[in-house]
Design a binder for this molecule. Structure first.
Ligand SMILES: *Cc1c(COP(=O)(O)O)cnc(C)c1O
Length: 406
């Protein structure tokens, strides 16, 4: 690969830390045992490695290691939490509350639950991306069994008021589930202090490997249970069958250990770089908008709309060497604006003009300086070519213009 490539798409996936790879390597061929083989040393070595990783991960989020269920990733953990609670607590009720800005793994699981006879409320968020607590309280009914609200949003980095939501759920006697994929390993996350009963996250967004994830399931006060969605063998205390991905689990454990040691310094460094990026764009360009709350957000992410510049087109001016994401999602026939940004109240045009920059452990200041130069030049270039920008500069009220069909 071109060594000049700059990766600013860490919310899509993080590179596996070389120290994680090193920890994993012996568990492919040397200690290749099945952690469920209880009767010989090969199995014992694998089981010991899994136990150790379980401890490392439990320590990171300050829970009991028996509350860690290994899965194939956050998508599976979200499915297991939502469908598993829906099935397990069907006698108590069938209503689930979530947000319109959740990840598809949550939203599509909820769609499936509706097909199975469940009832789901998809709450709006405010313009800053945050849930309104009184709207949430009003949505909780007699038959509500679960509130599922993500910790930090993948597109904007907005952090929800987890403690307040947890208190509300406790008061109302409903379970609280959170997809914490984007927060784990980046900021301190302690589900017990927040009243979170189920929490999903994944290895490959915290410098661990792909294909391994966790569902935290609270064991005491209340003792939470989920109905298994994959049957066969009863691994993971009956909640998730299947041979454990030992190298992956070892890697996720090592990633958790490293996060614990390094996250504080890393968050400081990345928020400095993120602010540098935002400040430079604000100084060099007009008409830019940072999407989502500026107070309650992750340190390493910024989602910026460059008004009257189409994001996908802008990316083409620099994506030979800079990897970022745009606020448009490719569906079969067309580019759809991001449903997350639409839920924040952005119009289609501002959503299509947005770019997400997500920094990570291996991002350098030099890379941010290059990004500032290239993106600013790209925006200026595209605006110079744009008749809409010219009209805007001439002071024409674009909202008053009657556009012909095209
Ligand atoms: C990436 C992501 C997922 C999916 O995780 P996988 O391990 O890739 O299945 C789920 N939720 C959020 C918020 C994510 O960012």
């Amino acid at each position: 690969m071109n060594s000049k490539l700059i990766y600013l798409d860490n919310n899509a996936t993080t590179p596996t830390d070389p120290r994680v790879v090193e920890a994993m390597l012996p568990y492919f061929s040397q200690f290749h045992g099945n952690a469920a083989s209880r009767n010989h040393p090969f199995g014992w070595a694998a089981e010991k490695a899994v136990d150790n990783a379980r401890e490392q991960i439990a320590k990171l989020i300050d829970v009991d290691s028996r509350e860690i269920i290994f899965t194939s990733g956050a998508t599976e953990s979200d499915n297991l939490a939502l469908k598993g609670v829906y099935e397990m607590y069907s006698r108590k009720g069938n209503h689930i509350i979530t947000l319109k800005t959740e990840h598809k793994a949550v939203l599509d699981s909820c769609k499936k639950i509706e097909k199975m006879g469940g009832e789901v409320t998809y709450l709006d968020v405010e313009a800053d991306g945050l849930v309104d607590l009184s709207k949430l309280e009003n949505a909780i009914k007699e038959n509500t069994i679960l509130v599922s609200i993500m910790y930090a949003n993948n597109e904007t980095g907005v952090i929800q008021p987890m403690k307040e939501i947890g208190e509300l759920c406790a008061k109302k006697g409903v379970l609280f589930m959170s997809d914490a994929t984007q927060a784990i390993g980046k900021i301190p996350v302690h589900p017990k202090e927040l009243g979170i009963h189920l929490m999903a996250f994944t290895g490959h967004k915290m410098y661990g490997p792909k294909g391994v994830g966790v569902l935290f399931v609270n064991r005491k006060n209340p003792r939470v249970k989920v109905t298994a969605q994959i049957d066969g063998g009863g691994h993971e205390r009956g909640m998730r069958s299947g041979t454990l991905n030992v190298p992956g689990i070892v890697g996720m454990g090592k990633a958790a250990e490293l996060a614990m040691l390094e996250m504080e310094e890393e968050a400081k460094r990345l928020s400095y770089l993120r602010d540098k990026l935002e400040n430079a764009f604000s100084e060099q360009l007009e008409e830019i908008y940072i999407n989502g709350s500026l107070e309650n957000r992750m340190p390493h992410v910024t989602n910026i709309s460059f008004k009257h510049v189409e994001g996908e087109g802008l990316m083409m001016t620099f994506n030979q060497n800079i990897g970022v994401s745009s606020g448009s999602a490719c569906t079969s026939a067309s580019l759809e604006p991001s449903y997350v940004l639409i839920a924040l109240g952005l119009g289609d045009d501002l959503a299509h003009s947005s770019i997400r920059f997500s920094l990570g452990r291996f991002t350098t200041e030099e890379e941010i300086d290059i990004t500032i130069k290239q993106v600013s030049a790209g925006v200026t270039h595209m605006r110079d070519l744009s008749p809409i920008w010219e009209m805007y500069k001439e002071g024409i009220d674009l909202d008053a213009v009657e556009w012909s069909e095209h």
